[in-house]
Design a binder for this molecule. Structure first.
Ligand code: COS
Length: 389
């Protein structure tokens, strides 16, 4: 018997519409995306037909408001969706994240109404795709050190520089590009965000990088040589681009955590099934305390991670600053995912090392989680700075 009715305002149950969304994305993943697992590994590409199905599901507009053509389900709904999508190859959540979480998010958060009205509808349907171009060869963790420059000439800015490791740089039609507009001001007033058409003279895409994992999701260089960007394609205010980048990355870090939760949950399910089935010393290995303890630790980690993601998303949807929570989510969930896949592989023993179980793929795919969208060392810096303010 409950001690008292639940406290108003604190509710750990997802609303009905999000439960429905969760179910429909799970079905979509199982029916449409799981069968593509081997294809992605062998061909390092998501088939166009699968991207079209993701478009038809409305995935590319999930976090954005209905006013601009989105689904209007907010950050929590988006995280629930990405959690489910995380049950498929990581490439799917990665491509969706490059578009929604960061590529288009900067435009959505800080872009002016006219710019958003012009571009958001086709971005929300996924007819056009976006990406996020911040990193450069000499500016990874030290994002304020970017060298790409934008010089004002008449009605346009002229962009010059090189961006690298740009997720979906090959697929995207548009990019949010961060460039220096006043070298003397650095992060505080010297960097501007631009909405850039990638199919124009002056923009070249490098060849796709050869990576350790995440097959199906590509990264490449974007090279700008006197590429023109109309002045009305500045996102937000001139000089405020660094803040836009940081706010956008806060969003990206939450949704990355959501993908980690889904990817780890399905590995736990695999480990439980295997432990019940695999007989050694005359009984299923699930009867061995060593295996039980591993399962218990995995489940506990996932539970903690999921609650952190939902809490961060809840705060984001309330319009409160959540940079601290986003950094904690990114650090915790990515480490959790790496821990989980390692333990699940251990439970599978030698079979876990074989390609056919899919666990070695998940193991390779997980490694980048502690690096991209801000290394976990950077997340610790953000957390500590907040604590010591
Ligand atoms: N939201 C709003 N404003 C923010 C912010 C956020 N999340 N983070 C920083 N700012 C503001 C700061 O408040 C500061 O402004 P004020 O001086 O007016 O307070 C300004 O931005 C500069 O911030 P800071 O001094 O922290 O900048 P640093 O150059 O020290 O860099 C880190 C901060 C390291 C956190 C940043 O460079 C970073 O996140 N690096 C990782 C980049 C990354 O994630 N790359 C991944 C590739 S893109 S997928």
């Amino acid at each position: 018997m409950a001690l008292a009715p639940p406290v108003d305002g604190l509710n750990f149950e997802l609303p009905e519409d999000l439960k429905l969304l969760k179910r429909s994305i799970r079905e979509f993943v199982e029916k449409e995306l799981w069968p593509l697992t081997d294809h992605l590994e062998q061909h390092d590409e998501i088939p166009k037909s699968a991207l079209d199905k993701m478009r038809a599901m409305g995935l590319f507009g999930l976090p954005f408001s209905e006013e601009f053509g989105g689904a209007g389900i907010g950050e929590l709904g988006y995280c629930v969706a990405l959690e489910e999508l995380g049950r498929a190859n990581s490439a799917f959540s990665n491509v969706l994240g490059a578009h929604c979480s960061i590529g288009v998010m900067a435009l959505y958060l800080d872009g002016g109404d006219a710019l958003k009205k012009r571009y958001m509808p086709v971005l929300c349907t996924g007819e056009k795709l976006g990406c996020f171009a911040l990193s450069e060869p000499a500016a990874g963790s030290d994002a304020a050190n970017i060298q790409t420059a934008a010089r004002l000439g008449g009605e346009s800015y002229v962009l010059n520089g090189v961006k690298h490791f740009i997720t979906s740089g090959d697929l995207a039609d548009y990019a949010t590009v961060f460039a220096v507009t006043d070298k003397s001001l650095g992060a505080r007033g010297g960097i501007t965000a631009f909405w850039v058409d990638l199919n124009q003279p002056g923009v070249t895409r490098g060849k796709n990088d050869a990576k350790m994992g995440l097959y199906g999701s590509h990264t490449c260089e974007l090279i700008f040589q006197d590429a023109k960007v109309p002045v009305d394609h500045v996102i937000g205010k001139v000089g405020m681009g660094f803040i836009t980048a940081m706010k956008t990355l806060d969003m990206g870090r939450l949704s990355l955590g959501a993908g980690c939760v889904g990817g780890s949950q399905i590995l736990l399910e695999k480990a439980i099934a295997h432990a019940k089935e695999r007989v050694q010393f005359g009984k299923p290995i699930a009867k061995q305390q060593a295996v039980q303890f591993m399962l218990a630790d995995i489940a506990t980690e996932i539970h903690a991670a999921r609650n952190m993601v939902y809490h961060g998303a809840w705060k984001a949807d309330r319009g409160e600053r959540f940079s601290l929570e986003a950094a904690m989510v990114k650090r915790y969930c990515s480490d959790m995912a790496i821990f989980v896949v390692d333990r699940v592989l251990q439970i599978h023993g030698g079979m876990g090392f074989m390609k056919e179980t899919g666990i070695e793929r998940a193991y390779r795919d997980a490694r980048i989680l502690a690096i991209y969208e801000g290394t976990n060392e950077i997340q610790r810096m953000i957390i500590a700075e907040e604590l010591l303010k």
